[in-house]
Design a protein. Structure first.
Lengths: 114, 116
């Protein structure tokens, strides 16, 4: 069985602070894929990043960065110099060859205040 | 990338009635899925919509309650039958292009359903 845990339910930061959203996953598959999605108040899910289990390189995209560590089964997401527009619910998700649909964590609601 | 259009975007329905949600993708996709997101909760997979055959339902979801059609590679419908207030949720359609599990999944904007 696959499981994604996002222990942080809600996070509140002041603009320009850095914030890290945690994601811990469980799977028995050796090949798997990890994702982060953003859900702003409008409700639409926006794809942010995909990582496969063989690629542990960290990735940076503008103010966003991701830290994938297989040793701790974690795929954490950091927003640097947060902005009000970053306020949203962020979901970590997992799938693999044994199930193409995404297994989502419960999400972390991020509020960035001016 | 794929653009997914869902209709209706929101609806308020009487208990005991049924609502059909439509999902149109702007390109042919291999996999289509339906998720439910209850208020303040995560996304739960309802079923995988299979083209030309019956949908594959997850535990806790049955065809009589959530019949799904997928007549071609760009379109699917989800019906929420005999609705009760517990069915009030956001229903999201998702599509993935080439059938690989690592492929990015795209989502529609969701249908916000309120049952009164």
């Amino acid at each position: 069985a696959q499981k994604v845990t996002q222990a942080q339910t809600e996070i509140s930061v002041v603009e320009k602070e850095d914030v890290t959203l945690d994601c811990v996953y469980e799977t028995r598959d050796t090949t798997y894929y990890l994702f982060w999605y953003k859900q702003p108040p409008s409700g639409e899910l926006v794809f942010l990043i995909r990582r496969n289990s063989f690629d542990e390189q960290n990735e940076i995209s503008g103010r966003y960065s991701w830290n994938f560590q297989k040793s701790t089964s974690s795929f954490n997401f950091t927003i640097t110099a947060s902005q009000v527009v970053d306020s949203a619910v962020y979901f970590c998700a997992l799938n693999s060859n044994s199930g193409y649909a995404l297994n989502f964590g419960k999400g972390t609601s991020l509020l960035v205040t001016p | 990338s794929a653009v997914i259009s869902q209709k209706p975007s929101r609806d308020i329905c009487q208990r005991g009635t049924s609502l059909t949600i439509q999902c149109q993708v702007d390109s042919q996709v291999t996999m289509m899925f339906w998720y439910r997101q209850q208020p303040g909760q995560s996304l739960t997979l309802i079923a995988t919509a299979n083209q030309g055959s019956e949908a594959t339902y997850e535990s806790g979801f049955v065809i009589d309650k959530f019949p799904i059609s997928r007549p071609n590679l760009t379109f699917s419908t989800l019906t929420v039958s005999n609705m009760s207030p517990e069915d009030s949720s956001i229903y999201l359609c998702s599509a993935s292009g080439n059938g690989s599990p690592g492929t990015e999944a795209f989502f529609g904007q969701g249908t916000r359903l309120t049952v009164v």
